[in-house]
Structure formats: C-alpha cells, structure tokens
Design a protein around this ligand. Sequence first.
Ligand code: AP5
Length: 211
Amino acid sequence: MINMKLILLGAPGAGKGTLAKKLIEKYNIPQLSTGDMLRAAVRKGTELGKKAKSFMDSGALVTDELVIGIIAERLREADCSNGFILDGFPRTIPQADALSGITKIDKALSLNVDDETVVSRLSGRRTCKNCGAIYHIENLKPINAGKCDKCSGELFQRDDDKEDTIRNRLKTFNAQTKPLIEYYSKKGLIVNLDAKQNPDKILEDAVEKLK
Ligand code: AP5
C-alpha cells in the first residue's frame, strides 16, 4: 500500500474507470467515482438522486454544491487515509478549489483521447450491475455475453451512453473540465497519458510516471 492522492482527468470514455480499477489492484487505495455515487443515488431514489438525474440524462454536470458535499463526506472515511483515486472529480474550477481546501493532491493523471474514439468506446460499453466491472462489446468482450466474468452479474448499458448524450457530455467536458488540465499543470501536478493505447500499457506508463 502506498500513500498517494490521485486525480483522473479525461473526457467521458477516456478510460478513467478502467484505469482506476487497475490502480486499485496496484496500489490498494480506493476509487472515488462521483459518477458511480450519483448513479447509486438515482437507483435508490434518494433526494440527491432526484436532483442529479435530469442533469445526468442530458449530459450536463450536476451542481458543484451537490458533488463537493458528497466528496467531502467520502474523504472523511477511514479507507481514504492512505490515499485515493478520484475518478470524475473535480470537473470544474470551483470543485478543484474546494478540493484543495480539503486535502493536498499528489498528481493529476490526464488521459488524452480523440472524440471519435470516445463515441465508439461509450456506445459499446457494458458495465456489471453487481461489481461495476467494465466491458466493451468489441474491445473487451465478456466470456459469456451479458454476464460478468468476475461475478456473473448482469451487464447493462448506461442511460447516458446514447450518441446524442455522449456528444453533449463531450461539449460539457471541453467547456467546463478541460481548463483543469491547465489548472493542475500550473501546480506542476499533471501527468500526461496516451489513452489510445491498450489499458495495460496505460497502467504501465502511469506507474512509471508516478515513481
Ligand atoms: P461519470 O460516470 O464520471 O462519466 P464520464 O466522466 O462521462 O466518464 P465515463 O464513466 O463515461 O468514462 P470513463 O473515462 O470512466 O471510461 P471507462 O473506463 O468506463 O459521470 C456521469 C455523469 O455524472 C456526468 O455526465 C455528470 O452529469 C455527473 N457527474 C459525475 N461527476 C460529476 C462532478 N464531479 N460534477 C458534476 N457532475 C458530475 O471506459 C469506457 C469504455 O471504453 C469501456 O467500454 C471500456 O472497456 C473501454 N475502454 C477503456 N479504456 C480503453 C482502452 N485503453 N482501449 C480500448 N477501450 C477502452
């Protein structure tokens, strides 16, 4: 176990979740995905989920206030004391400012990929309902169609993985999240990764650059 506080920055479909799962195995630190937390709240029908759903369905961002609140609470939990991987947070300058008031980040990994790759990756993504493992109908097929290799859970397609919504999510990323690359570059924390490579090579590059 190492003590490392990491941010994963990148467009929708850049492979943040895929890399996060490999980094968990490597470093034994938890993944904090605001997208997963919000989807769980939507599924349970909580107040947070009701507020978040329409933003998520349209490809827009949920308000800063809501996500800063859930991350601040999550970071206080014991398993974050030896480091963590933030996946999908921060996504705006106010979120990044709020985060720097809570804790000091070691590195921000920036996954770089083009728009057409994103559309093809997200249109074919399937996720396990049970354990969250991520597949792709062409690039990373499960052994049995529709079933997770790890836990046999049912695979599903996310509501926001439709082409129109994917394109809106990309616009949102370019307008609101891309400026964070410069924000963390100025702090000397950016680590650039070529996210078009295969997932194992991306992990290898990340580990090498984090040494
Ligand atoms: P969120 O869940 O964070 O979605 P996202 O950022 O759009 O990212 P994705 O999960 O779609 O993609 P990813 O980069 O993790 O790619 P993955 O590894 O799965 O957010 C959803 C929504 O929640 C937002 O739109 C917003 O409304 C709200 N939200 C969340 N956080 C928020 C915040 N902080 N503030 C405000 N609102 C917030 O891979 C994708 C596919 O590609 C998979 O099929 C995978 O198998 C494949 N793949 C991955 N890597 C590779 C590779 N190297 N080569 C080939 N295929 C690959």
